[in-house]
Design a protein around this ligand. Structure first.
Ligand code: KG4
Ligand code: ZN
Length: 360
């Protein structure tokens, strides 16, 4: 036994049914042997957001399919694995339960060791899988369901420097898109409109910049866009194309300003040499460029894993499972499905919890 670990990872905490096989040979980089993500966008499209019951049923129906596909693409059978890792929280509880039940079934049938993984740890540890990052580093997690600034000090050691007190930034992009009649997911649509707009035309707030620390807020920003939209409609009898572009540009600039400043503070406070980002919002060109500039100004390296590994996937769960086992966590740990599961148990609870479920 050379210490090689090959794990199957299962993810079902929001609206992606995902399974992947990851192998780690000690002293080498991790290898993703397969990664299957079965999305649910079409199932939720008519409802303007993720419907937890529909998501849970789809996970229960398709997780075995995702597993079968992941094993086939890796060219492996269950008996070639060394273990199974599964997201056991935080997230929409029905979906998390569907994943945990599937993983428990597989483990019972095969006798393979099974370990529960925190979904946020999966995101936070991804740069170690993709780039072999060493601890410590700073992780800005910005998606439709998450918004956290984390100091990652070890596979089991996370310190939350800040997080959203209401909406996640992706959620705010989605809501603003809805307000302005743009399609979902809102992020790419708002970014495309913003490219043709004037970010300085409308005065939008920079929430919580006047408050010390790294906590963030996006709900008021969305409401400010709503008020400005209504004012334009009242004044002009409708929303002109250029108004919409300028509102998108103004909103995006405000989000970029807030994320940049809070990240700058986190880099200053910790002095760590690397800033990594994850989550769908990290795909935004304006935001990404600002974060890169903040890192450069602080003398830190900037790292963004490829987008398919920034968004929800099974490979990050398999990898986090490998990291946990290597850190000495016993198989069988954390197999109770949890809607909330803060990465940093010592940090005060966040109150933010939107349509995509709990954020910490
Ligand atoms: O990480 P992700 O795929 O899924 C979860 O939220 O779990 O992130 C999706 C979120 C959506 O809210 C989407 O609107 C946002 O990321 N997003 C963007 C962009 N692309 C995706 N937000 C801003 N700009 C983008 N280009
Ligand atoms: Zn996620």
């Amino acid at each position: 036994m050379d210490g090689t670990l090959t794990l199957l990872g299962l993810e079902s905490s929001c609206d992606d049914t995902a399974a992947a096989v990851v192998r780690h040979v000690p002293g080498q980089a991790g290898a993703i042997l397969s990664s299957v993500v079965l999305g649910q966008t079409a199932l939720h499209a008519a409802f303007g957001g993720v419907v937890p019951e529909i998501a849970a049923r789809a996970h229960a129906e398709r997780m075995d399919l995702a597993v079968e596909q992941a094993l086939a693409e890796a060219g492996l059978g269950l008996r070639d694995l060394d273990g199974i890792a599964v997201t056991s929280g935080p997230g929409l509880i029905g979906g998390v339960l569907a994943g945990v039940m599937c993983a428990r079934g597989l483990a019972a049938a095969t006798g393979l060791p099974l370990i529960g993984v925190n979904h946020l740890a999966g995101h936070a540890l991804t740069p170690r899988l993709t780039d072999g990052l060493v601890f410590p580093y700073l992780m800005l997690l910005v998606s439709g369901g998450h918004c956290q600034v984390l100091l990652v000090e070890g596979a089991e050691a996370f310190h939350r420097l800040g997080g959203t007190i209401d909406d996640a930034p992706g959620e705010a992009f989605d809501k603003v898109a809805k307000l302005l009649g743009l399609p979902q997911p809102g992020g790419p649509a708002v970014e495309a409109e913003a490219a043709m707009g004037d970010p300085a035309r409308f005065a939008l707030p920079r929430p919580l910049l006047d408050r010390a620390g790294c906590d963030l807020s996006f709900s008021g920003l969305k409401t400010a866009v709503l008020r400005l939209r209504d004012a334009r409609v009242a004044a002009e009898g409708g929303l002109r194309l250029q108004d919409r572009r300028d509102l998108c540009a103004g909103f995006q600039a405000a989000v970029a300003d807030v994320l940049a400043e809070k990240t700058r503070r986190a880099l200053e406070q910790t002095g760590v040499p690397v800033l990594a980002v994850a989550g769908g919002v990290a795909a935004n060109g304006t935001i990404r460029a600002r974060l890169q500039a903040v890192a450069t100004a602080a003398g830190a390296r900037f790292l963004a894993p490829p987008l398919r590994l920034c968004t929800d996937n099974g490979a990050m769960i398999a990898w986090a499972g490998i990291e946990r086992l290597r850190a000495g966590v016993a198989p069988g740990t954390d197999l109770v499905a949890r809607p909330r599961w803060p990465l940093d148990g010592a940090a005060p609870a966040m109150i933010g919890s939107g349509k995509r479920g709990a954020k910490a």
